[in-house]
Every structure is written in C-alpha cells, then in structure tokens.
Design a protein around this ligand. Sequence first.
Ligand code: X8Z
Ligand code: ZN
Length: 633
Amino acid sequence: MRLRHLLLAATLFASPLIYGQAASSAAPTAAEAQSFMDRAEADLLALTNEASRAAWVQETNITDDTEAIASKANERLALRTNQLVLEARRFDKLTLPPDLTRKFNLLRLNGSPTDPKLVAELTQTAAALDGMYGKGKFCRSTAPPKANTPGSTTRSLSPSAQDCLGIEEIGVLMAKSRDPKELQDLWTGWHTISPPMRDKYARLVELSNQGAKEFGFKDTGDLWRSGYDMTPAQFSAELERTWTQLEPLYKELHAYVRFQLIQKYGAAATRPDGMIPAHLLGNPWAQEWGNIYDIVAPVATNSFKMYDLEAALNQQINAKGKVSELEAAKAMARYGESFYKSIGFAPLPDTFWQRSQFIKPRDREVICHASAWDVDSVEDLRIKMCIHVTSDDFTVVHHEEGHNMYQRAYNKQPFLFRNGANDGFHEAIGDSVALAITPAYLKQLGLIDQIPPAEADIPLQLRTAMDKVAFLPFGLLIDKWRWQVFSGETKPADYNKAWWALREKYQGVAPPVARTEADFDPGAKYHIPGNVPYARYFLARIYQFQFYKAMCEASGYKGPLNRCTFYGSKAAGDKLNTMLAAGQSQPWQITLKQMTGEDHLDATPMLEYFQPLYLWLKQQNELNKSKPGWKPE
Ligand code: X8Z
Ligand code: ZN
C-alpha cells in the first residue's frame, strides 16, 4: 500500500524548488543529485507513512471524516511528489551511477496535475469512490430463506444485515447457491451499487489523465504501462504474446464448463451464441470458477472423491470446541504464517496479530476487499480482510501474507526500491506459495487422511484450473477496458458497452439480464473504484508458475509439477527470500533470471502444469460435441 497512493495523486508547483540551496543556473553535480535524492526519499517515506496510516483508518472505518483525512494525506504526498519530480528535471542531463538513475526514473512515474485545486479534487474523488464501493450493499426486499449466511459460522446476523448484503456475503452466497434465480438476483443486486459512481469515475479519469499528460505521458494508461522496465508498446506485446499461448487452454476449459452447466441448469445456462451466463460461475464477476467445481467434477472414480477443504478447515479449527469468528479467522491466518515459517521466514510480528483487521466489524463500514499493508514501510505489517473459513479465503490469506513477507524482505532497501520487482511479482508471491498447498501438504497438516492416487491428477488439475486458468482473460480485460477509457477511445457514454464487449470477447461470458448505459458494471469490481491497476494480476498468474517451478526445483522435488510442495524446504525459502530482498532495486528481468533462469514472462511452466488436463479437456469436448469458442470472437 504505497506507491499506489502516489499514482492516485497529483500536482506540481510551477516554479521548481531545489532542495537545500537556492535554484541556480550552474550545472548540477552528481553529488547534488545524490543529496537531492536522499532528501526526496526521506520526505516521501514520511509522507507515504502518513498517507498509509490515514488510508488504514479510512478503509477500516469509512466515514466522511476519515475520507477527508485520507484524501488530505494523499494530497500532501502528491503535492510534494510533484514538486520533487519537477525539481529532478534539473539533473536530467547528468550521467549518474545506475542506482541513482533508476531512482530518478522511478520517481518520474508518480506525477499528477500541476494545479493544487485539481490535486485536491483528485484525491477527494478517489477516496469517495473507494468509500462508495466499501459501503455498497444489496438490500433484498424479502428475507433470504436461511437463518444464517453460509460461511458466517459463528454469529447470527442481525435482521438488517440479513436483508442487506455486502460483497463478502454476496460472494459466499454466490459460491454456494445452485439456484439460478437466486444467483441472478444476487448478481443484479450487487450491480446496483455502481451506477452512482459513474460521473465521479469519469471525473477521476479526466483528472488523472491531466496529471499524466503534464508529466509527459500520453494518458494514465500509458503511464501505468511505463512501469515495467520496457516501453509501453513492448509491455502490451508481452501480454498479447502470453495470452495467445494460453488462450487455447482457456477455450477448452470454457467449452467443458459450459457443457456441464447446461447439463446442470438446462435453459438457464444455454445461449445460442455459446457464451456462459456470468451469474452461474460461482463468483460475482465470473473471475474464478473453483467454487462450482462440484458441477464440473469428472464422474467420481472408486478411489478418489475431491476432498472438502472448507469442511476440513472448520473441523480442525473447531476441534477443541467451537471458537469465535475472530479466533477462526486468526487460525486461518496462522496456517499461512506456518507455511512461510516452514521455509525459513521469521514469524509475523506481534503487531500483525494486534493491528490487522481479520473479520468484518459489526458496527462500522469497512472495505472488505483483501489487502496487505506495511504502514511504516518497515515492520508494521498488517492484513485487512473479512475472513470466512472457506477454501477461497485459505488461498487469500497465503496471498496477502505473501505481500507482507515481500514488504519485510525489502525493508532494508532505500525507499524508492521498497517495492516489488514489478507489481506482478508482488501479486505472484503468495500465490506461488499457495500452489504448494497440495494433498501431500494437507495430509501433513492433518486436514486430509489420504494422498489421492495418481488417477486423481485430472480432477486436482481441473480444480486448480477453475481458478487459475479461468481468471486469465478477466485479468487481461480489466485494464484493456481502462486503457481504452484513459486514451479516450471509450467515452463515458459507452462505458458499459465497451465493458461487455471485452467481457464477451475475452471471457465468453454474458450478463444474465440486458445491460444499458444506465448501468456501470465496471464499478462493481473493487479495482475500478479503488483505482488499482489490474494487469499485475494477469502477470502474476503466469509468474507464479515460474516461481513455483523454481522453488520446487530448489527443494529437490522430482515428479509431476502439480504434485510438488516445497513445504519445509529451506532451500526453496532461501531462493524466494533472495528475490524478495532485492525489491525494485534492479530491472525485474534480472531478478527473474536469478530466480528462474529466464528473463521474461513465460507461460511454459503454467502450460506444463496443466498439459495433462489440456489433453483431457480436448478429449471430453470432442466426446461431448462441445465446440470450443463462442460467437463474438
Ligand atoms: O485483489 C486481489 C487480492 C488483493 S491484492 C485479494 N486479487 C485480485 C481480485 O481479487 O480481483 C487477487 C486475485 C485477483
Ligand atoms: Zn494482492
């Protein structure tokens, strides 16, 4: 939670100040550049920490006041950043040591509008949109049939909470419901939170573009794509290249899942264009499909039935008597911590356990969307989640704690290098660890009794692919939409149309009911009102298999990739820690090479992992006469 705030912010003073001396026309020296940078990093560290603390308070207690405080802190950070970016131009022509040059380049990626009034408006708009998402609720006109929200294992909901659902409750319901009518209501209900965001979002785009342009970028999308140690055009080409490699696998999965959904739901799942209705995939955005594994599971063999991780977790957590919701949530976080400890990482600090938000508070509005924080940029690590004992959240705690481990590993770097090698690395760490949650690992933890036989590999890979492979086109299209919006190719009047054109083209999913420009469906996904770039998650889906394979090899594992766990391997942990400790101090290609031997984003390990499943899916689709693809392509 750091440079992200810089990206939101904006502004600049027209007359640059030079730190520590009067502006002079004399040619600057390398020593001046160094002392300028030392001071810049000290200022940014102090202001970033202030902004982080304010953002923490706002996101864990959304009120008009906390919103105002958070946006003010971001404004201060943005104003100072702009000042520094302008001052730094004085050193543009100097030849400097590589580290210092890198810092100047990183600093450049954080400018915003030069008019302080616009900066204030930008930070207020960003905070308001973030809050609108957090406060978003779908209030059902009639009470739901069950007394308790599934997954909310230890407390009864009050009557008002029963009628009004926040996103984490909707998420749990959409994971479990198999009633197409209820699923459609939940889907349309959640998408009613976002139309009020539309105008504010359009303004955010204008303001943020203005800042990007003033600092020499074409628009904010161009600025975002400039953060990858390559040109924006090269970056876009890398995404296309890897998507082309992975698309055939996605299409086979899509055709197989569509067939099984039609078997299950009949007309409710059938469309003449071959797309899948978006409300039937077990997730409010159809971004990951693992929750409907039961619908697509291959016919059970005698020797293997998929284990129920959620039931096993509940049983183990409550083995000595039912624990409170908070204790259950902390127990989930402890599983993650113990994995990292097993590969040699230090335990999370006591303050992590005292200061994190593990469950949804009853008495105030919060952002439940999971995030990881390093509030003092050194050791004040926290997560902010609304944890349920589910297999989804089991993965998410590993994901978030992966961010925390990264933050702590790079905390000795200078401030501007305290970041992921690129943002995709940051998102991939915890996921690469979560890939090692194999049956062998679960058995070691006593969560399952038996390691499934070899014939279980297809079901196990299918279960993983429902999350990992299904996500790929979603991970790609979110920023394709935003880049079009930032460049002006998509105007506010076409926001929803352009959104669904991409959802249909890449994912092959369609809305369950007709959509118009009275809707603003992008706003129902956190990262749009939260203004968090999303290409990072597409990158992470691919990097995580590269990292996973590297750690498997370091641990001495031999065998099929999907069965590898490196739990307990200090060699794997050392390898990971070396990569993490480098932070953003060198181009990510170098960091990746040290970790994996490759210097580029490479879909091969992911394809290797799923190769047996790919062949199996092709065979099934042929047997079922389910032709991969859909009409809009
Ligand atoms: O937002 C997240 C993390 C926090 S960085 C929970 N993810 C994306 C999402 O939920 O949309 C992880 C996977 C993709
Ligand atoms: Zn993350």
